[in-house]
Write a protein that binds this ligand. Structure first.
Ligand code: BGC
Length: 463
């Protein structure tokens, strides 16, 4: 028997049966989550022991914590999936920051060919617009470079691109040092800028959270993609062959979006997920990310919608050119659908009829569209707890004191109820009183700010 929120008034028995099937596939019991957490922990251990495992657990060469009393202005370049930002970050010495930034939308050419020249030109524009370009005898400007893709780091400012993820796919970069590629592009423009630190966005998010709150232990992105970084005891990183840092710890970039990509055995794959994976630019990769992050949720929903339409259980079997095109359902439409409580579900009607161009939707169509959005979003939020719980219970001693987790990304910031469902799921596995010690906080634009902080730490002394 379905829970009442999944009962579709005015639906046919066949429509309700299809919804019930979706509910069964998408609602995850605590037992199911527990078994995924257990596997996640096993995969973490595997990644700490050796390179090349599913969870890469990449040492970031960042082993310090900012104190919050650092002052000065520092620069960063922050490359995300759709935008590039160049920033000047001013630290006020009291845990506060001010940022001045310029956003550049990645062009199609940049995304497919000329990425590093595009970045160098954007840096040039930022510096020239503000009269900051070093001339004559002036020293080169040091910048942190946030690069939100998996990189096997070889030092604080070098690292080899392992693979592209999310939407980017620039040929000739995998297997190469991305700092070298950027430094060469800067040189071609005669710009005296030195990339002082190469930083994953999760590592940046963690360090920016740590500047404002010293109890920060973990940085997470729930955005277009997903991933996390945390401070690990260096003696637990068996594969680490470098010099042990004086602090005894190091930030690890987990690259957790890849979880279960090799086996497809633990995550709750439905035919709609498999279809998405097969048609993606990176099949059999980033399995966890594809169930959680903003880039993919709309597309999972689209697969479900078409599955229903093809059985004449939605839109009376009709579709449209727009609905037939991959990625035409943006995850933000699911956000709007989840919060539409109007009597006629008019927001959803707008999405179906105007945006997706499928005319004459019925109330049952709209209700089903809302249920699909709720199910896909809720599964993402509950699955997000898996990585959080596995990481926090890896260092249980930290849970006996206040611990801050800095989080950024559109899913966390904007998807309705994402944080509440995530926290509720975490509390099932880390109950009171320890749960009370955990604070989730928004580290808005933390990736760029953190990169500037890391560049500052790296130029002050070798880290
Ligand atoms: C990338 C990570 C990144 C995450 C969040 C993933 O696709 O592999 O390096 O941290 O997205 O942006």
């Amino acid at each position: 028997m379905s829970e009442s929120i999944y009962l579709v008034e005015c639906a046919t028995a066949e429509q309700q049966a299809a919804v019930d099937e979706l509910v069964k596939q998408f609602l995850l019991s605590d037992d199911k989550l527990a078994s995924i957490i257990k596997e996640f922990r096993r995969r973490m251990e595997e990644g700490l022991a050796a390179d090349g495992r599913v969870l890469k657990m990449i040492p970031s060469y960042v082993s310090e914590r900012p104190t919050g009393s650092e002052t000065g202005s520092y620069f960063a370049i922050d490359l995300g999936g759709t935008n590039l930002r160049v920033l000047r970050v001013t630290l006020d010495g009291k845990g506060g920051v001010k940022t001045e930034q310029q956003k550049f939308m990645l062009t199609e050419e940049a995304k497919t060919r000329t990425l590093f020249d595009f970045i160098a030109q954007s840096v040039e524009t930022f510096l020239d617009d503000r009269n900051l370009r070093p001339t004559g005898q002036q020293p080169a400007i040091s910048m942190g470079f946030t690069f939100s893709y998996p990189v096997q780091q070889t030092s604080i400012n070098s690292g080899i691109l392992v693979q592209w993820t999310k939407g980017l796919n620039v040929p000739g970069c995998v297997g190469r040092d991305v700092v070298r590629l950027l430094q060469d592009a800067l040189l071609r423009l005669g710009l005296r800028v030195k990339v002082a630190a190469l930083v994953n966005d999760t590592v940046g998010t963690l360090l920016s959270a740590a500047y404002t709150d010293p109890s920060s232990q973990m940085g997470i992105i729930f955005g277009t993609g997903t991933n996390a970084a945390y401070y690990e005891d260096i003696s637990s990183v068996a594969k680490w062959k470098g010099t042990n840092p004086a602090s005894g710890e190091m930030v690890l970039n987990m690259e957790w979006g890849a979880f279960d990509s090799d086996e497809f055995a633990f995550l709750p794959f439905t035919p709609h997920d498999i279809k998405l994976d097969r048609k993606s630019i990176n099949p059999r990769k980033q399995a966890y990310e594809k169930m959680i992050s903003g880039m993919y949720l709309g597309e999972i929903a689209r697969n479900i919608v078409l599955w229903l339409a093809d059985q004449r259980l939605l839109f009376d079997g009709r579709s449209s050119d727009i609905l037939n095109s991959m990625w035409s359902i943006d995850t933000s439409y699911l956000s709007s659908a989840v919060t539409d409580d109007s009597p006629a579900l008019s927001e959803i009607q707008q999405i179906i009829e105007k945006t997706l161009n499928v005319s004459n939707s019925t109330m049952a169509d709209r209700r089903i569209f809302k249920i699909i959005s709720v199910l896909v979003g809720e599964r993402a939020a509950r699955l997000s707890s898996v990585g959080v719980v596995a990481t926090l219970t890896k260092r249980p001693e930290l849970l006996d004191m206040p611990i801050n987790i800095g989080i950024d990304g559109s899913m966390y910031e904007h998807f309705p109820d994402f944080e509440r469902i995530l926290a509720e799921a975490v509390s099932r596995f880390i109950p009171e009183p320890q749960f009370r010690n955990i604070r989730f906080s928004l580290a808005k634009d933390g990736s760029g700010v953190g990169a500037a902080i890391i560049a500052m730490l790296a130029t002050k002394k070798d880290i």
